[in-house]
Ligand binder design. Structure first.
Ligand SMILES: Nc1ncnc2c1ncn2[C@@H]1O[C@H](COP(=O)(O)OP(=O)(O)OP(=O)(O)O)[C@@H](O)[C@H]1O
Ligand SMILES: [Mg+2]
Length: 236
């Protein structure tokens, strides 16, 4: 039995039997500004801070400084974690669509080397949406995501993949294929003024099935596992 990787995000782990299955891949999906990047940076930060687990944050969209500032806006001691080599932020540049396959393989190799060298246990890809833009067919997106996830699984690295949606409650990813390739799907919603989240799927886990409100405070995301938001109240 694989162990569990606790996120350390207050109120979240108890919704998924203590954490993500080690080496599993989870899509964190939602509209603009709903908190995907914060959720994922917190997963990496708390991994380092609470569990001394090294983590790598891979960004395809925002620059590394942006991700850094994002983390600095909370009461987190990022500098210390970087000095101790527990957190690494890595930027993947633009792909050339004509040479995608080759460049993609090179990037996977670089990521694998980084994971091995650092002994990373946690990995974030922000985002699959940016990455899917370089592919023409849905089947290519599905295939390449599958390939990436399989490689991370071999390394036993627990992976979060961030995916943009238009923000409605019925759309789980941008291209409509991402949610099938992963082991889990966590949906984040923001219908002002209420932020909420739902564990939509989690293979091998008896997860909570309700929508819960959450807040972004000075320490990051905090979920209220006892209160719920009615599904009907979320916009389609
Ligand atoms: N320090 C903070 N305290 C409270 N709320 C914050 C703080 N920093 C950011 N936010 C809120 O979080 C939102 C951004 O969250 P985040 O960057 O995680 O969203 P996202 O889902 O990744 O968005 P995108 O799709 O644009 O990448 C901001 O728009 C703001 O409402
Ligand atoms: Mg983001």
């Amino acid at each position: 039995m694989a162990g569990r990787t606790a996120t350390g995000i207050p109120g979240f782990d108890e919704l998924i039997q203590g954490g993500f299955l080690e080496g599993s891949s989870t899509l964190v999906s939602g509209g603009a500004g709903c908190g995907k990047t914060i959720f994922a940076t917190q997963f990496v930060y708390q991994g380092a801070q609470q569990f001394q687990e090294p983590g790598i944050y891979i960004t395809l969209e925002e620059g590394t400084t942006n991700i850094w500032w994002n983390m600095k806006s909370f009461h987190w001691n990022i500098a210390k974690m970087q000095q101790e080599n527990l957190i690494k932020i890595y930027r993947v540049g633009m792909f050339n669509p004509k040479e995608f396959a080759l460049q993609f393989d090179e990037e996977i190799k670089k990521i694998k080397d980084m994971v091995t060298t650092m002994g990373a246990k946690r990995l974030v890809i922000d985002s699959t949406t940016a990455f899917g833009m370089f592919m023409e067919k849905e089947s290519d997106i599905r295939y390449n995501l599958y390939k990436l996830i399989s490689e991370m699984k071999k390394l036993n690295c627990t992976t979060l993949l961030l995916s943009e949606t238009l923000g409605g409650r019925d759309q789980y990813s941008r291209f409509g294929v991402e949610e099938f390739v992963v082991d889990g799907v966590v949906m984040l919603y923001f219908f002002p003024p209420v932020r909420s989240m739902l564990v939509k799927k989690m293979r091998g886990t008896n997860h909570d099935k309700r929508v819960h409100p959450f807040e972004i405070g000075p320490n990051g995301i905090e979920i209220n596992p006892t209160e719920q938001v009615m599904w009907e109240s979320l916009n389609k």
